[in-house]
Design a protein around this ligand. Sequence first.
Ligand code: ZN
Length: 270
Amino acid sequence: MQFIDPHVHMVSRTTDDYERMARMGCVAMSEPAFWAGFDRGSAEGFRDYFRQLTEFEPKRASWSGLQHFTWLCINAKEAENVSLSREVIKMIPEFIHRTGVLGIGEIGLNKNTKNESTIFAEHLELAAQLDELVLIHTPHLQDKYKGTRMIVDMLQERSDLDPSRVCIDHVEEHTVRLAKENGFWCGMTLYPTTKCTPARAADIIERWGDDRIMVNSAGDWGPSNPVAVPDFIMEMRRRGHSEAKIRKIVYENPLEFFSKCSRFQFKAPV
Ligand SMILES: [Zn+2]
């Protein structure tokens, strides 16, 4: 089955991974800006990173016949450095209009600190000013519910951000309701150790339905699997769900969400 991986950090993966994803049915992916595993020393480091995301990765994806889209921001971990974060936020408008950029992301909270909240709010201000889509990272640690609650509260304070243009990612059983019932899109991350397994993601779909929800691998430089979405497809098939329902979650839903970005241009494979 053809699928789209709406959250995968391809800068950390090999060209063989692109090839393997294509062979497993992937036709496109979107890559949020994230933490490189170390804190970058200057805004210039981010300028190079944004060039890599908007210039080199789309080219490398195309070698395997894949379409590559991206999101720009400074992530929550590096948001502890408020002055660096502000320099990076100021640079985003230089890159946001490039082909393949879908919006601002992945922004959000990591340890729910004051500095993280400040920089999260400033990203939201930029997204509102530029009328951009938003992709949100929720904490992985024990404070996930608290962090997601804080994020939803901050989003709801803004009448100029339409929830149907915001995706809250890495939802799990205890946070999906907060995102879904308040009108946001949701992402479920299939990780080998933490976050959701394919079975837990399928349980969440069975409980909460298949509208405004996507699954992703969040493949990155750590233990992760860039072809995790096909594992979810297999789990859904084993449970007897229809091909149409599965396709909606892994293909049509990401397209529906991305299509809200006026720059989004998708060439459906023939
Ligand atoms: Zn990520």
